[in-house]
Each structure stands twice: as C-alpha cells, then as structure tokens.
Design a binder for this molecule. Structure first.
Ligand SMILES: CC(C)(COP(=O)(O)OP(=O)(O)OC[C@H]1O[C@@H](n2cnc3c(N)ncnc32)[C@H](O)[C@@H]1OP(=O)(O)O)[C@@H](O)C(=O)NCCC(=O)NCCS
Length: 140
C-alpha cells in the first residue's frame, strides 16, 4: 500500500466494517512503517491487510476483502502472505483481536492454526452497547 492507494482502500474498508478505520489511521500506519498491503485484481484494489511488529511480537491490525470477492479464498492467501512477511522478520508470535460475533473471521483464523488465548470484555463499540474481543495467537 502506498499513500495514493488510501482512497481506494477506504472504499473497501467502509463496505467491510461498521466501524471503519479513517484515512488518517492508514496514513499513520504507512508513516510509522507498519506492513500495509493491498490485494489487487487487475488495477482494482479489492482488499487490504496491515500488520505491525515490535519487541518480537507481530499484530494483525486489519484484514478485509471487498464483499464482491469474499468466499474465494483471498483472505486466506493475503493472510498467508502477511504471515510469511512477519515470519521472516523479528517476530515469533502473531496476535490478533476479533469481534466475538465475527464467525467468518474466527473460522478463517482457526482453520489457519491460530489459538484462542483470551477475551477482552466490552472491547469494541457495537450498535447496541459493546462487544467482546477474542484474542488469537499464532506461533510463527
Ligand atoms: C473475514 C474476511 C476477511 C474473510 O475474507 P474471504 O476472502 O471471504 O475469506 P476466504 O474466502 O479466504 O475464506 C477463508 C475461511 O474463512 C471462513 N469463511 C469464509 N466465508 C465464510 C462463511 N460465509 N461462513 C463461515 N466461515 C467462512 C472459512 O473458514 C474459510 O475457509 P474455507 O473456504 O476453507 O472453508 C471477510 O469476510 C471480510 O473482509 N470481512 C469484513 C472485515 C473483517 O471482519 N475482517 C476481519 C477482522 S478481524
């Protein structure tokens, strides 16, 4: 991902999340050197993923695929690529948080070998109140 991709990334981001990241968050992620990737179909950006690495730990901060392209194994491929990148770096564990209601994402992470390691109660804002985050970890 480069700065010029952010407008197109935001289209996918807004379609994918009820509480999307802002342009500023993507811009800051690029500025501080997070691994920010886009998934392209021809010239079109149809997905993105962001990881950070610090002190031996990697965090998956964002992963999404345009709704028109979901269910074709693209998130699995993108995540695999992101994991290979951080695996080659200095991290030994990849952590992530996911909404407890997000069954599709949970299915993806479990099928890729992530283990549930905890829960943060009321971590996410929701349409009504708050929602728990489930924490997953993968030993790289
Ligand atoms: C989660 C998301 C990235 C998955 O993208 P995708 O490209 O459709 O996922 P894939 O096609 O690679 O599917 C990978 C696995 O996810 C699970 N999955 C996919 N669609 C599913 C569905 N409708 N129901 C249940 N599980 C499903 C399955 O385990 C699937 O593996 P399988 O095809 O071998 O059974 C996508 O739904 C998305 O962008 N959601 C909105 C953003 C989001 O929630 N991101 C995760 C934040 S933590």
């Amino acid at each position: 991902m480069i700065e010029g991709d952010i407008e197109a990334v935001m289209v996918v981001e807004r379609l994918c999340y009820e509480f999307p990241w802002t342009e500023g968050i993507f811009s800051d992620s690029l500025r501080v050197g997070y691994n920010c990737w886009v998934y392209t179909h021809g010239e079109r950006i149809i997905g993105h993923g962001v990881t950070s690495v610090a002190a031996g730990e990697a965090h998956l901060l964002n992963l999404c695929i345009h709704p028109e392209f979901q269910g074709q194994g693209l998130a699995r491929r993108l995540l695999q690529r992101l994991m290979t990148r951080v695996c080659n770096g200095e991290a030994d564990t990849l952590f992530l948080e996911v909404r407890s209601s997000n069954k599709v994402a949970i299915g993806l992470y479990e099928s890729m070998g992530f283990n549930e390691i905890g829960r943060r109660h009321g971590y996410y804002p929701a349409q009504q109140g708050r929602e728990d985050a489930i924490l997953f970890a993968f030993c790289l």
